[in-house]
Design a protein around this ligand. Structure first.
Ligand SMILES: C[S@@+](CC[C@H](N)C(=O)[O-])C[C@H]1O[C@@H](n2cnc3c(N)ncnc32)[C@H](O)[C@@H]1O
Length: 228
């Protein structure tokens, strides 16, 4: 399986003027670490400066710089859309595309995006997402991740269950030639799912964009050219 790396130093990775956060009675060491990481994360700063709701926006931007899956797309489904960084990228790059998205969490409105606050695993979700577009999607993107319980194997299985459902949805609804991009865990896509993707798309690749934290186990699968 081709695993793609991104060349050069990402502009987001410099750490100048690092801010320290002290623990206190109110702040546990974990939350102090989280806050310190947020304050010193150049992608968080960039997202604030550029008006993106999440640093995750840069993962999609970097993946698209490599694979160009946004180009020319007309109808996009965004799975696990909250808080909306990826959808903002899609809207900025494709102002006339139809976009629908779903999340368990509420999402502040995004102009031009139809939002569903529900579980993607709900039987009604696939039809609602496609109906909202009023046309067959040509791109499905999924950044869904299950809430972690701290047990490595359980967390892996739960997120892979979501990826699998997203992949089946993509295979079922995508227009021929369409693309599917989804978050997977380290080790990539499991063999069964990989076989399904390979059978249904012209190319299937894995990549870890620079905006994805080095310590995190997340990778992305990019399946392009849905077969007719
Ligand atoms: C990493 S966040 C997505 C970030 C988003 N791409 C952005 O750019 O703002 C993952 C999201 O997946 C959502 N999610 C997890 N399981 C889901 C499910 N079964 N149905 C819908 N959304 C789900 C979570 O609620 C969470 O908001």
């Amino acid at each position: 399986m081709a695993k793609f790396t991104f060349g050069g130093n990402s502009s987001g990775r410099s750490a100048v003027g690092k801010e320290r956060v002290k623990t206190s009675k109110r702040r546990s060491p974990q939350s102090a670490r989280w806050l310190e990481r947020q304050l010193n994360d150049p992608y968080v700063k960039r997202a604030q400066a550029e008006g993106f709701r999440s640093r995750a926006a840069y993962k999609l931007i970097e993946l698209d710089e490599k694979f160009h899956f946004l180009k020319g797309k007309k109808a996009v489904v965004d799975l696990g859309i909250a808080p909306g960084g990826w959808a903002q990228v899609v809207r900025r790059r494709l102002p006339s595309a139809k976009v629908s998205g779903i999340d368990l969490l509420p999402v502040d409105p995004i102009e031009g995006v139809t939002l569903f606050e529900m579980d993607f695993m709900d039987d009604r979700a696939p039809d609602l997402l496609v109906e909202a577009l009023g046309q067959v999607p040509d791109l499905v993107i999924s950044d869904m991740a299950a809430n972690t319980v701290g047990h490595k194997q359980t967390d892996h299985l739960r997120t892979m269950g979501l990826v699998e459902a997203a992949a089946h949805f993509a295979v079922e609804v995508l227009k021929p030639g369409g693309d599917f991009v989804a978050k997977v865990f380290a080790g990539g896509t499991d063999p069964e799912l990989l076989a399904i993707l390979k059978a249904n798309f012209a190319t299937v690749k894995h990549a870890k964009p620079p905006a994805s934290r080095k310590g995190s186990v997340e990778w992305y699968v990019v399946a392009q050219g849905k077969k007719g």
